[in-house]
Design a protein around this ligand. Structure first.
Ligand code: HEC
Length: 127
């Protein structure tokens, strides 16, 4: 390897942890080692999200369905859920208007909700 290439590589190796470390500043992080539980997530979802996203995740007049390719994990990763709950969402995919932040949910509780949503998406063939 040339000296220049070696130096470029070491810069990249220095950058990666910095980029990974920047993430927790932006999105709430579930506790290390948490085992997200879809059954707990369902109860939390029913109480906090179903009024807009639908009891069967099919959407309502106030919010979009999660059983939609738009929300597959590669397009809206788990972090998108943490951010949506904490900060709300500016309307951008649909015409329902903005989503307000949902107060009173911990990052762990949101992780349970995500586990529930993902399990239902998998059943619907959205993965
Ligand atoms: C009062 C209605 C309402 C409630 C309650 C609500 N949402 Fe939303 N949510 C919306 C609307 C409307 C959008 C669509 C915004 C758009 O993209 O146009 C949305 C979008 C989202 C998105 C997509 C974010 C993105 O980056 O595009 C996620 C994730 C989400 N909601 C999660 C949740 C979760 C989890 C809960 C329960 C804790 C919840 N929402 C409760 C109305 C709601």
């Amino acid at each position: 390897m040339t000296r220049g290439a070696g130096r470029a590589l070491s810069y990249i190796l220095l950058l990666v942890p910095a980029l990974l470390a920047a993430q927790p500043l932006q999105a709430p992080q579930p506790s290390p080692g948490l085992m997200p539980n879809a059954a707990r997530g369902k109860a939390l979802y029913d109480r906090n999200c179903a009024s807009c996203h639908g009891a069967a995740l099919q959407g309502t007049e106030q919010g979009p369905p999660f059983l939609n390719r738009i929300y597959e994990p590669s397009h809206h990763g788990d972090v998108a859920f943490q951010l949506a709950v904490r900060n709300g969402v500016r309307a951008h995919h649909w015409k329902f208007g903005d989503m307000k932040p949902v107060p009173g949910l911990s990052a762990d509780e949101v992780a349970h909700i995500v586990a529930y949503v993902r399990s239902r998406q998998r059943l619907a063939g959205i993965r």
